[in-house]
Design a protein around this ligand. Structure first.
Ligand code: UDP
Ligand code: MG
Length: 309
């Protein structure tokens, strides 16, 4: 018998807990014929509704269901990390509780593992049902990441992934505080099979991601997996030096030819504001990396558990 750990981060998802469980059980026949047992780890990420209560109910009826409750909301990344740490399976899979990651895909995912892959990942090829402006910025983000990061970060990749123990252990070895899973999965490597599917809209409840949260998350992703922005200051410095040299030559020549009428303070103001703007911007970029480094150095725990069943 092989054990599959199913990791399900939940934040205010009381209506989805039971529904997810039922949908997951639709695969029971497949698991039986393949000789796979499973454990479902619901990670309650500091929910304010009856999420934990719903899981407790399931746990009483079925001992394969487990609850890990955080002391507050630590974010989905922390929930995934906690789930992987607590998982005891030969395989682990991360799934959203809103059924945007269809459990019906699991048999196909397992068939790829059997063919020798270490990891089966999913990506959505459409962004149906998403606000167009969000899709637009998401696409830009992935394009930019492709250019500035050595780590492969797939456009439209979901966190829905089936992994062998070896991959799970590799991910756990990355103990960083600023966790950006899409990057971490790519960074650890291993043979990954990508399955594609059309976007599925969430069954119940609402998405936890506002545009602002996504923007901040994407900046986290950039600072976590690229240091290219840090060289921006150096590049701008060289450009401005070149520009300054050209201007000096121009002014000397002009003064020699035409004399020096006292003028030019508006252009001076423009130049000073432009350059101080660029300087502050570069300092802001450095500040971002410094802030991330500061948080890393503190070595705070990634999550805190309040209750465990
Ligand atoms: N989630 C979480 N902690 C959070 C936000 C979200 O554990 O702070 C969970 C959420 O319950 C869901 C999954 O992460 O199971 C994905 O969230 P959501 O569906 O809101 O994101 P989307 O699918 O819209 O990207
Ligand atoms: Mg969702």
């Amino acid at each position: 018998m092989r054990l599959l750990s199913v990791i399900v981060p939940c934040y205010n998802e009381q209506d989805n807990i039971e529904y997810f469980y039922q949908e997951f059980l639709n695969n029971q026949d497949f698991f039986q014929t393949e000789g796979i047992t499973f454990e479902i780890l619901y990670i309650d990420d500091g929910s304010k509704d009856k999420t934990a209560e719903e899981v407790r109910k399931l746990h009483e009826a079925d001992e394969r269901v487990h609850l890990i409750s955080f002391s507050r909301n630590f974010g989905k990344e922390a929930a995934i990390y906690a789930g992987l740490q607590k998982s005891g399976g030969d395989y682990a899979v991360v799934m959203d509780v809103d059924l945007q990651d269809p459990p019906s895909l699991l048999p196909e995912m397992f068939s790829w593992l059997e063919q020798g892959y270490d990891c089966v990942a999913t990506r959505r090829v459409t962004r149906k049902g998403e606000p167009p402006i969000r899709s637009f910025f998401a696409r830009r983000f992935y394009k930019l990441m492709k250019k500035i990061s050595k780590t492969e970060i797939m456009d439209g990749a979901r966190d829905y992934r089936l992994m062998t123990r070896q991959v799970v252990d590799a991910i756990l070895a990355m103990e960083e505080y600023n966790r950006f899973s899409k990057g971490i999965f790519g960074w650890v490597g291993f043979e990954t099979k990508w399955l594609e599917y059309e976007n599925i809209e969430r069954t119940r409840g609402e998405t936890k991601w506002s545009f602002w949260k996504l923007l901040v998350y994407s900046l986290d992703g950039i600072t976590a997996f690229s240091t290219v922005p840090l060289s921006f200051a150096a590049v701008m410095g060289v450009l401005f030096c070149a520009l300054a040299v050209a201007l000096i030559v121009f002014i000397i020549v002009r003064t020699l030819l035409f004399g020096d009428p006292v003028s030019g303070w508006p252009s001076l103001v423009c130049i000073i504001s432009l350059i101080s703007g660029v300087q502050l911007f570069c300092m802001g970029i450095m500040g971002q990396y410094l802030a991330k480094t500061y948080m890393e150095v503190k070595k705070r725990p990634i999550y805190l558990i309040k209750e465990e069943l």
